[in-house]
Design a protein around this ligand. Structure first.
Ligand SMILES: Nc1ncnc2c1ncn2[C@@H]1O[C@H](COP(=O)(O)OP(=O)(O)OP(=O)(O)O)[C@@H](O)[C@H]1O
Ligand SMILES: [Mg+2]
Length: 620
C-alpha cells in the first residue's frame, strides 16, 4: 500500500464523525459548484488523469501476468523484451501523470483558496465596527483561515481522494474478480478484520487530537495575550510570573503527553494496516498457490492478483469513510458562506450623495440609539468566541437627542462617564446608525452620503487613538497618502510634535512599536492630532484628545487646535476648561439625554448639572 494512500485513510478515519449530523442544503452544494465553475476545464483534466492513473495501476500487474504466462518460454524472447519495454514506458508515463495530476489539483485548490480568501477579507473589512467589538480577533482570524483552507481541501484531497479511490476500487475489483473470484472473495473476508479496529482507533485518535488542539490553542492564546506590550506590562506590574510559567508548563505537559499517545496510536494504526495487507498477501499465496497446482489459475494470474491486492485495501478503507470526508469539506464551505452571508450593519446608500464644498453643518434630530444585539452583528458559529457582554444592547443609550451645529462652530459635549458622549460622536461618523431619528451633515442624511465623501469630510481623534506598527511617517501618511514632506512637517509643527520627532535618531522613520507603546501617552495623542491636521477635514470630532497633556504642551496644543478648528465644524468631547469656554455651545449629556444646552456663561447662570460638573471637573 502506498504511503500516500495510507495517510489518506488515516486522515479520513480520524475526522470528526459528528459532521454527518450537520444539515447541508442543496443551495450550499449549488453555491460550491459556482466557485468551481471557473475551474471546470481544470477539474475535467484532473478527473481524466485520475481515471488514466487507475488504469495504469491495473495494467502493470496484467502485463507481468502476460510476461510470465505467455512470455517466458523458449523462443519468445522478443515478446518478453517488448512487454518489458512497454512496462517501463508505462512506468514513465505513470510518473509523468502523477506530476500532471498534482499540477491540476493544486491549481484548482490554490485558485479556489485565493478567490475565497479575497472575498472573505473584503467582506469582513466591510463589516460595521459593532462586529469588531464582538469578535475576538485572534480566534476570528484562525477560524477564517482554517475554514478557507478546509474548503480548499474539499477540492484537492477529497475530490481527488474520493473519486480517485472510487475509480481505482471499481477497476481493481472487476479485474480481480475476472482473474479469480475465489481469491478475491477470500481476500475481502479480511477487510472487516482491519476496518473494525481501525475505526475504533480512529475514534480514539479523534478524541486525542481534539484535546491536543484545545490545549494547543490555549497555549498559543496565552502567548499572544501575554507577549504583547499591554499584556506583558500587566504581568510585570501585577507580577505573577511564577504562576504564569506554571499554567504554561501544565498546558505544555498535556500537549507533550497527548503527543506521545497520538504518535503511538498512529503507529498501531499503520502497523495494523500493513499487517492486514501482509496477511492478505499470505492468504492469496496460500490459496492461489494451491489453485495454480490444481491448474485452476496460471502462475501469472496469481502474481497479478497479489499485485492488485496491494491496491485494493487503501481505496476500500478510504471509501468506507467517504461520507465523513465529503461532509467535512462541505461544512468548511458552509462556515465560509456563513461569514459571507453576514450582512454588514452599515451599508453604503445606493444614492451615494457627495457632500457640497465648504463648511458643513451638523444636526441630530430626535435621535434614539440602542447598541445592536450580538445576534445582529455576529455569527451563530462565532458565538463561542463572542465576548460575554455581547448579550447586552437592550437599554437605549441615547434618547431623543437633538442639536444643531452651525458650519464652522465648536460644540462641546460634557457629562459624566458613561453618559453617551462617545456614542454621539460614533453615530456622527456613521459607525452605527440611529435606532430612531436622523443625523444630517451639510443638510444630507448621513445614510445617503457616500462612504468616500463622508470619510473625506470627517476627521476623528478617538479616546485612545491607534497607531499601526510602522514608522511615524507611515502612520501620518495613512491619513493622506499624497501629502508632501512640507505638509507633514507643517502638521507636526502645529500639533507640537515636530521637535520631539526631529529629536529622535530616526526622525519620521522611527517605528512606533506595537500599538504605539514606544511613545508617551501625550506624544501618541499629538501624533494622532498631527494625522488629523494632515487630513484637514471639514468636520472635526475630538474625543478627549487633550486628556493626556501636561499643562505646558496643553497650552501649545490648545494653540494648534485653535488654528486647526477655526473655520471647521467641530464636535469636541471636552475635559478642559479652555475648550468649553471657547465653545459656541455646550451640550450637557446625562444618561443619554441632553439636559442642558448653552454657552459657558449661560449655563453657569442656570445652575444645575452643568454647575456641578464645572465644580468637579473643570476647575483647574
Ligand atoms: N459597543 C457597545 N456595546 C454596548 N454598549 C456600549 C458599547 N459602547 C458603549 N456602550 C455603553 O453605552 C453607554 C455610553 O457609552 P459612551 O462610551 O458613549 O460614554 P461616554 O459618555 O463617552 O463616557 P466616558 O466619558 O467615560 O468616555 C455606556 O453605558 C456604555 O457601557
Ligand atoms: Mg467616551
Amino acid at each position: 500500500m502506498s504511503m500516500e494512500n495510507a495517510w489518506l485513510i488515516y486522515r479520513s478515519l480520524t475526522r470528526d464523525p459528528s459532521v454527518k449530523e450537520k444539515k447541508i442544503s442543496r443551495k450550499t452544494v449549488g453555491r460550491i459548484l459556482g466557485y468551481a465553475r471557473p475551474y471546470k476545464a481544470l477539474i475535467t483534466f484532473f478527473l481524466v488523469t485520475l481515471v488514466v492513473a487507475s488504469l495504469f495501476s491495473v495494467a502493470q500487474p496484467l502485463l507481468f501476468r502476460r510476461i510470465i504466462d505467455q512470455g517466458i518460454t523458449p523462443g519468445n524472447a522478443s515478446l518478453v523484451t517488448w512487454t518489458a519495454i512497454f512496462i517501463a514506458m508505462l512506468a514513465i508515463a505513470d510518473a509523468a501523470l502523477g506530476v500532471i495530476s498534482r499540477y491540476f489539483s493544486t491549481r484548482i485548490g490554490e485558485g479556489l483558496i485565493f478567490d475565497l480568501r479575497n472575498e472573505v477579507y473584503n467582506h469582513v473589512q466591510a463589516q460595521s465596527i459593532a462586529f469588531f467589538t464582538r469578535a475576538q480577533t485572534g480566534a476570528l482570524i484562525s477560524r477564517l483561515n482554517n475554514d478557507v483552507i478546509g474548503a480548499q481541501r474539499a477540492f484537492t484531497s477529497t475530490l481527488g481522494g474520493v473519486l480517485g479511490n472510487l475509480i481505482t476500487l471499481v477497476i481493481v475489483l472487476i479485474t480481480m474478480l475476472v482473474l479469480s473470484w475465489q481469491i478475491t472473495l477470500a481476500s475481502l473476508v479480511l477487510v472487516p478484520l482491519f476496518l473494525l479496529p481501525a475505526r475504533y482507533m480512529g475514534r480514539r485518535l479523534q478524541a486525542m487530537t481534539r484535546e491536543q488542539m484545545t490545549v494547543n490553542a490555549a497555549m498559543s492564546n496565552q502567548m499572544t495575550e501575554r507577549f504583547n506590550v499591554a499584556g506583558a506590562l500587566l504581568v510585570k506590574l501585577f507580577g505573577r510570573p511564577k504562576e504564569e510559567s506554571q499554567v504554561f508548563s501544565d498546558r505544555a505537559k498535556v500537549v507533550r503527553d497527548t503527543g506521545i499517545r497520538i504518535a503511538m496510536a498512529n503507529r498501531w494504526f499503520f502497523t495494523a494496516l500493513t499487517l492486514v495487507a501482509a496477511l492478505a498477501t499470505a492468504l492469496t499465496y496460500g490459496l492461489g498457490g494451491n489453485l495454480v497446482i490444481t491448474g485452476a489459475i496460471s502462475l501469472g494470474t496469481l502474481l497479478a492478483l497479489v499485485g492488485l491486492l496491494a491496491q485494493l485495501y487503501g481505496p476500500l478503507t478510504a471509501i468506507s469513510n467517504v461520507r465523513v470526508d465529503v461532509m467535512t469539506a462541505l461544512v468548511s464551505f458552509d462556515r465560509v458562506f456563513e461569514v459571507l452571508d453576514l450582512q454588514p450593519l452599515i451599508v453604503e446608500s445606493e444614492y451615494g450623495r457627495e457632500l457640497p464644498d465648504g463648511p458643513l453643518s451638523v444636526s441630530f434630530n430626535h435621535v434614539d440609539f440602542t447598541y445592536p444585539k450580538a445576534s445582529e452583528v455576529s455569527l451563530a458559529s462565532l458565538e463561542s468566541i463572542a465576548r460575554p457582554e455581547s448579550a447586552g444592547g437592550v437599554e437605549p443609550v441615547l434618547r431623543n437627542v437633538s442639536f444643531d451645529v452651525d458650519p464652522g462652530t465648536l460644540t462641546a459635549l460634557v457629562g459624566p462617564s458613561g453618559a453617551g458622549k462617545t456614542t454621539i460622536t460614533a453615530l456622527l461618523a456613521r459607525l452605527y446608525d440611529p435606532t430612531n431619528g436622523s443625523i444630517r451633515i451639510g443638510n444630507a442624511d448621513v445614510k445617503d452620503i457616500s462612504f468616500h465623501s463622508l470619510r473625506g469630510a470627517l476627521g476623528v481623534v478617538t479616546q485612545d487613538s491607534h497607531l499601526f506598527h510602522d514608522t511615524i511617517g507611515a502612520n501620518l501618511l495613512y491619513a493622506r497618502p499624497d501629502a508632501t514632506a512640507k505638509q507633514v512637517e507643517r502638521a507636526c509643527v502645529d500639533a507640537q510634535i515636530w521637535s520631539m520627532i526631529t529629536a529622535l535618531p530616526d526622525g519620521l522613520d522611527t517605528v512606533v512599536g506595537d500599538r504605539g507603546y514606544r511613545l508617551s501617552g501625550g506624544e501618541k495623542q499629538r501624533i494622532a492630532l498631527a494625522r488629523l491636521l494632515l487630513k484637514s477635514p471639514r468636520v472635526v470630532i475630538l474625543d478627549e484628545a487633550t486628556a493626556h497633556l501636561d499643562s505646558e504642551s496643553e497650552r501649545a496644543v490648545h494653540q494648534a487646535l485653535d488654528n486647526a478648528l477655526s473655520g471647521r465644524t467641530s464636535v469636541v468631547i471636552a475635559h478642559r476648561l479652555s475648550t468649553i469656554r471657547e465653545a459656541d455651545q455646550i451640550l450637557v449629556v446625562v444618561d443619554g439625554e441632553i439636559v442642558q444646552q448653552g454657552t459657558h456663561t449661560e449655563l453657569l447662570a442656570q445652575g444645575g448639572m452643568y454647575s456641578d460638573l464645572y465644580e468637579t471637573q473643570f476647575t483647574r
